[in-house]
Design a protein around this ligand. Sequence first.
Ligand SMILES: Cc1ncc(COP(=O)(O)O)c(C=O)c1O
Length: 382
Amino acid sequence: MITSKLPNVGTTIFTRMSQLATDTGALNLSQGFPDFNGPQALLDAVGKHIASGHNQYAPMAGLPALRQQVAAKLARSYGVTVNPDSEVTITPGATQAIFCAIQAVIRSGDEVIVFDPCYDSYAPSVALAGGRCVHVQLGLQDFSLDFEQIQAALSPRTRMIILNTPHNPSGALISRAELDQLAELIRHRDIYLISDEVYEHLVFDGVPHVSVLAHEELYQRAFVVSSFGKTYHVTGWKTGYVIAPPALSAELRKVHQYVSFCGVTPLQYALADYMAERPAHVEELPAFYQAKRDLFCDLLASSRFSFTRVAGTYFQLVDYSRIRPDLNDVDMSLWMTREHGVASIPVSVFYQNPPQGQRLVRLCFAKREETLRQAAEKLCVI
Ligand SMILES: Cc1ncc(COP(=O)(O)O)c(C=O)c1O
């Protein structure tokens, strides 16, 4: 018998709900991916680069042209200067970037503070490095950081804190004032940060994303992670990047080169071309997704779900207390999928200890207008 290194990990709820949606023919608003294609010019560029022979290993740290485009975008978006050679690393997806950053600095017995509800890859990655996650809950109403709790969770063993802004599943944003407070709290401690910013360009109502990259003090100890999959509507490409100061990037690359060595070559060429041709793509994303959020929320206004429009990401949380308070959120998601044809994700799966009585499910609105209309129609009769 094998003794599992990850005894508590099974098939994720994302896989289960997507499978159930397929089996029952439900609209799949569970897993976070668009049901529309990425920009045609980007898709065409992949074919062009495959045909022209860009099919061998890319440089370990990523194609120089793509790293330069990323640095140029960061300068435009956040006014920061990063060195494409020593601070930008292209990875096969943000999840792999997070895994490599954790392996690079976490040793046996180290503690990592994560904020629940949180993305499901953090805890297993920490466990595989021999570390231990210390779970701190975000505010129940607004999902904000609770500094008293963070302070209480800090110990001499704390080696890392993982932030996620804009936040999956709540859509909450971390403010500059909160980053300042965090900087003060860890100033004299030997603590690294991962800032998971895969939804960096999905922010609404004119409120800008505050990147850890633009916080000079915190950046000195940070791995800032993003995903081309989210930004260019191509989640299946599993291509992301991590920005870190040279010394941290060097350690991260030591891991990355033995996990995968490099990202997929023709995808990197295509992304570099497209970023050079259409720098406006990222500037147009907030309006593009805000229109989807607003359409979906307007349509849900006459439903019995209650909700506050999200500030970022492509997920909308909805409270079903008025509909089936008797069901926990996993049963509610299953019931909604089977009986009402809309698949969602129960929020409790993002917690180590879900708050008692929380009645929230997450719906992904990265969908065509037609899908959102059909889903809202079904949700309004529940
Ligand atoms: C918070 C968060 N981080 C990371 C990822 C993973 O990004 P990628 O598909 O590039 O690995 C996701 C995807 O759902 C996410 O929601």
